[in-house]
Design a protein around this ligand. Structure first.
Ligand code: NAD
Length: 293
């Protein structure tokens, strides 16, 4: 068996094109152009690549992007003050703080300061909580991007056994909640999981988000499974790879994502959708204010 490829590059281009159509419709209706503020602290090279990709996606979607490049020595209170100012700026609909932040800044405090209605990364405890109680609003970009890819392979995921490897706040945990919402039976594995191979072998849907090349061996994959590799690792020769042993896994799986070209572009595409959604939320908030007058 040779797995079919879940092509994140193609699907993400379609999603961004769809956002562009809706943004131009807003312009026709004299509504505000959705605007995304991206804050980068320091000059981490990987972060600079991610920020550039986001800016390019904004250009394709017709979204206005505002870039805030802060020095690595910025204080936490200066960063919180900028987030506060952007929270109050009605021309800014989405706020994204690029991670990782320098060690002297507490990322959780900064992310929690972003207003939940502008939290286009979907990292705020309110937005993760909404997903947990089956009332999703702004959804974490990577896990929701994975769900959109999975929808290409599974019209209905109810009752499938999904195994998530990795339990971070930004990927693994909301990923488990998304799969639960879709009706899967979900197992979450993490660094303390005793027999990873045994858990992986049960997966009809496997999502791996750890950041260790080759962690999941191809021979562990259940024949016919759908394999989503979120991991992004740079090898010594400069090539990118995921966390799953791709060649062996793709000989057993029915569907698989490549790295690069799988989940990565989907994350950015969902960010564009979330920014559009945040702009619509701002319209609604204005209408409610007008009605209250
Ligand atoms: P993280 O370091 O915050 O979390 C890693 C998780 O893996 C932890 O929950 C840890 O318990 C678990 N883990 C560690 N060793 C393990 C083991 N031996 N067995 C099982 N679980 C183990 O990482 P993260 O931010 O969630 O990112 C994970 C990977 O996904 C990284 O490679 C990152 O670059 C990538 N990523 C990709 C995208 C994308 O858009 N494609 C987005 C975010 C993260």
């Amino acid at each position: 068996m040779s797995a079919l490829i879940l092509d994140g590059k193609k699907l993400s281009a379609e999603i961004v094109a769809g956002v562009a159509v809706e943004v131009s419709a807003r312009v026709q209706q004299s509504l505000t152009v959705p605007a995304l503020a991206v804050i980068q602290v320091g000059e981490d090279p990987a972060s600079s690549v991610y920020v550039r990709n986001k800016r390019q996606a904004c250009e394709r979607a017709g979204i206005r992007s505002l870039m805030y490049a802060l020095p690595a020595a910025v204080t936490q209170s200066e960063l919180l003050a900028l987030v506060g100012t952007l929270n109050h700026n009605t021309l800014v609909h989405g706020i994204l703080v690029q991670l990782p932040l320098p060690a002297h800044i507490d990322a959780a405090t900064v992310l929690e300061r972003i207003h939940p209605n502008k939290d286009v990364d979907g990292f705020h405890p309110c937005n993760i909580g909404r997903l947990a109680v089956r009332m999703p609003d702004l959804r974490s970009c990577t896990p929701y991007g994975v769900m959109r890819l999975l929808a290409l392979a599974h019209a209905d995921m109810k009752g499938l056994h999904a195994v998530v490897v990795g339990a971070s706040n930004h990927v693994g945990r909301p990923m488990g909640l998304e799969l639960l919402l879709a009706g899967c039976t979900v197992t979450t594995c993490h660094r303390f999981t005793r027999d990873l191979a045994e858990q992986v072998a049960k997966a009809d849907i496997l999502v791996v988000a750890v950041g260790r090349p080759g962690l999941v061996r191809g021979e562990w994959i259940k024949p016919g499974a759908t394999v989503i590799d979120v991991g992004i690792n740079r090898l010594a020769d400069g090539r990118l790879c995921g966390d799953v042993e791709f060649d062996v896994a793709s000989a057993r799986a029915a569907w698989i994502t490549p790295v690069p070209g799988g989940v990565g572009p989907m994350t950015v595409a969902i960010l564009m959708e979330n920014t559009l959604r945040a702009a619509r939320k701002a319209d609604m908030a204005l209408t409610e204010e007008e009605l209250a007058e």
